[in-house]
Design a binder for this molecule. Structure first.
Ligand SMILES: Cc1cc2nc3c(=O)[nH]c(=O)nc-3n(C[C@H](O)[C@H](O)[C@H](O)COP(=O)(O)OP(=O)(O)OC[C@H]3O[C@@H](n4cnc5c(N)ncnc54)[C@H](O)[C@@H]3O)c2cc1C
Length: 455
């Protein structure tokens, strides 16, 4: 390209033998894990700050996180990471929600497990309840089943993923019980996800949630400074010589292009974004990665003069057919800030990167206002964001897919992959995938270990 001024790597890359591309949770997890293994990673992020889909915007006097912020009690690696930066104080959040059933508002209290389970299984056919309970037991019994790639769910996927999740349960159970999970965690309807990946949904459902007292942006900001991340720097290509990835082509904010040299490159990106960088060098791997499904969504956060929710009920899940999936208090101590999420089939026309946030907010306020005291006139401000690829919905027979990806990765030395499609979308799953990827880099290995059943 003629407009490019190519210059050697800047000071951030000095001594950095491994580059991590993407400063979302997956990239942060990979970089942090690499550091712990004695490597000095260069973390490269296109936008102006780390965080990716867990990033924040300013609303009034505080930073609010638009995407991932609820931290499960079982998020061991994330909590270790946060504590290593001095962030170890959490506010209870819980899943204390409500839904509309036959026109009635029903409360789901996550702190009362039996009541919540009863609410979840209300009206379910015996067969559906028994199958769901069996799957939940599988996840409770073996914690690895909360993540993609476990033996049990790999095997289940192989047997069952010729049909989507909705084909394995009755319509009422899908709409009332499964859909709130899949729409919230994958942005997908039950007919768009599969049993072989459902352990990740159950793992998230069966956890209890808190959020950091500090904001996610403070946490990511602290890590950005500690690791010396290269923000505002877009990776435009891989440098490949002699069948090996040798470095990266980077575009700086001033438009200049830098090439950096690395022994290893980790792509910590959504599968489609990784595919674009890989396509010129290894098209079959790019084709595989493009098969992973992502679904769009938008989130709008609005601040009001008075609390909209009480302490008892802090969220409302909307039924299928509504573009707003759920509306909830931002936190226990921020019940005057409502987070409206728009995802699932009924929202698709309205969401994505170009979403009209004011229009979405008007829809959200109207729907929520039918059940809770939300007054647009008392609104102080709002922020929001839409994503074309907000949530990963995975793909059928995920374990076989990972087997093919790992086989193809072996053809391009020095390249490593991590991301939300490897172990799951939860922040903890991204940390687990990041750690495993870092271990492979450190061990000089190129491919992920396959689940035993896939070998
Ligand atoms: C609305 C929403 C709510 C959620 N809530 C929760 C929750 O409460 N708890 C939970 O556990 N999980 C939650 N999740 C899931 C979790 O937040 C995501 O799965 C996770 O943040 C994904 O992180 P990532 O690093 O894999 O991807 P991303 O966050 O997408 O990060 C990729 C990064 O790469 C950068 N990038 C892309 N291309 C380039 C390039 N060429 N060069 C340089 N940089 C590039 C991007 O700018 C981005 O920062 C939620 C997700 C969403 C969308």
């Amino acid at each position: 390209m003629t407009d490019r001024i190519t210059q050697p790597a800047g000071p951030e890359s000095e001594g950095a033998d491994v580059a991590v591309v993407g400063g979302g949770v997956s990239g942060v997890a990979a970089a942090w894990s690499l550091e712990r293994l004695g490597r000095r990673p260069r973390l490269i992020e296109r936008s102006g700050a780390l965080g990716g889909r867990s990033g924040s915007l300013r609303l009034g006097s505080r930073d609010v996180t638009l995407g991932g912020k609820n931290i499960g009690r079982r998020y061991v690696l994330f909590r270790e990471f946060a504590a290593s930066l001095g962030f170890d104080s959490y506010e209870h959040f819980g899943i204390n929600s409500s839904r509309i059933d036959d026109g009635r508002l029903r409360v789901i209290d996550g702190s009362r497990k039996v009541g919540a389970a009863r609410e979840l299984l209300r009206g379910a056919r015996l067969r559906d309840a028994a199958r769901f309970a069996r799957l939940a037991r599988t996840v409770v019994r073996e914690s690895d089943n909360r993540f993609l790639g476990s033996d049990a769910f790999a095997e289940l996927g192989r047997r069952s993923d010729d049909r989507p999740l909705s084909a394995h349960f009755g319509a009422r159970f899908c709409a009332g019980s499964l859909r709130p999970m899949t729409v919230r965690m994958n942005g997908a309807e039950p007919d768009e996800v599969y049993l072989g990946t459902f352990g990740t949904n159950l793992g998230m459902l069966l956890d209890g949630y808190e959020q950091l007292d500090a904001s996610m942006s403070e946490l990511f900001g602290a890590y950005e400074r500690r690791v010396g991340a290269s923000v505002d720097t877009a990776v435009e290509g891989l440098v490949v010589r002699g069948g090996r990835v040798r470095g990266l082509e980077l575009r700086r904010p001033d438009g200049s292009v830098e090439t950096s040299e690395h022994d290893d490159v980790v792509l910590a990106l959504p599968a489609g974004a990784a595919a674009e960088l890989i396509a010129p060098h290894l098209p079959p791997l790019a084709d595989e990665l493009r098969r992973v499904r992502y679904f769009p969504a938008a989130v709008v956060l609005a601040e009001y003069a008075e609390p909209v929710f009480g302490e008892e009920v802090r969220a409302l899940i909307f039924p299928p057919g509504e573009p707003v999936t759920n509306a909830g208090a931002y936190g226990m101590s921020a019940r005057h800030i409502v987070r409206y999420t728009f995802s699932g089939r009924a929202a698709r026309e309205l969401v994505g990167a170009g979403a009209d946030l004011a229009q979405l907010l008007a829809i959200g306020e109207e729907r929520l206002g039918r059940h809770f005291p939300v007054d647009p006139a008392a609104r102080r401000g709002f922020v929001g964001r839409g994503w074309d690829a907000a949530y990963c919905g995975y793909l059928p027979r995920h374990a076989d897919f990972m087997g093919r990806v790992n086989g193809l990765l072996g053809r391009l030395e020095g390249l490593h992959l991590t991301g939300d499609y490897v172990r799951g979308v939860s922040i903890e799953a991204c940390f687990r995938a990041g750690r495993e990827c870092a271990e492979r880099v450190a061990a000089g290995a190129r491919v992920a270990p396959l689940p035993r059943a896939a070998v």
